[in-house]
Design a protein around this ligand. Structure first.
Ligand code: 5GP
Ligand code: ZN
Length: 173
């Protein structure tokens, strides 16, 4: 079987525009940028998806995602960024080595779309939320002792548009 392309980048067998590296994590520019500064952050160890990563390795990985996000705002003058990770073929994952995309967003873009462009709201699913909550609260395939602790879910409170805007203020100044 051909070796994973991101493992080859980790080993230095193929070049990449690296923007961060430590013992466990590597970040480099995506070869097909979806905006200026589009970066992928990967664990150096080969894990196919997020599911396989030991929990104690996630802090380091997402700490780098946070740091690159900050640099994108401060050094590239982006006004925001999207993070995303395709997990599994059905989710559009092409490279089977976990990676987190960071896609900077700029003021002069024509469309300031978020999730809606990729995942339009499915109105019919709004009637079925309780059933989904019930399923997600089941321990399912996870072993009992490994199941995450959870509190009773709080009832969702609809945010007013001005409250949502407030949260994003720090990216606009
Ligand atoms: P996925 O669709 O699996 O979430 O995204 C894989 C990403 O890896 C794509 O955005 C693709 O452009 C990027 N990619 C694939 N091969 C290479 C490569 O050799 N170098 C770099 N820098 N990016 C790559
Ligand atoms: Zn790999």
């Amino acid at each position: 079987m051909q070796e994973c392309i991101f493992c080859k980048i980790v080993k230095g067998e193929i070049p990449a525009n690296k923007v961060y590296e430590d013992k466990n994590v590597l970040a480099f520019l995506d070869i097909n940028p979806r905006s200026k500064g589009h970066t992928v952050v990967i664990p150096k160890k080969h894990y196919a998806t997020l599911i396989e990563v030991p929990k104690d390795e996630l802090e380091g990985l997402f700490g780098v995602v946070q740091e690159i996000g900050r640099k994108i705002i401060e050094n590239l003058d982006a006004k925001g960024f999207n993070i995303g990770s395709n997990n599994g073929q059905m989710a559009g994952q092409v490279v089977p080595h976990l990676h987190i995309h960071i896609i900077p967003r700029y003021e002069d873009e024509k469309e300031h779309y978020g999730f809606e462009a990729a995942f339009p709201v499915k109105e019919e699913l709004k009637n079925n939320l309780a059933d989904v909550v019930k399923k997600l609260l089941e321990t399912g395939g996870a072993k009992e002792e490994e199941a995450p602790e959870h509190e009773e879910p709080k009832k969702e409170v609809e945010q007013k548009p001005e409250e949502k805007k407030e949260k994003w203020h720090f990216l606009e100044d």
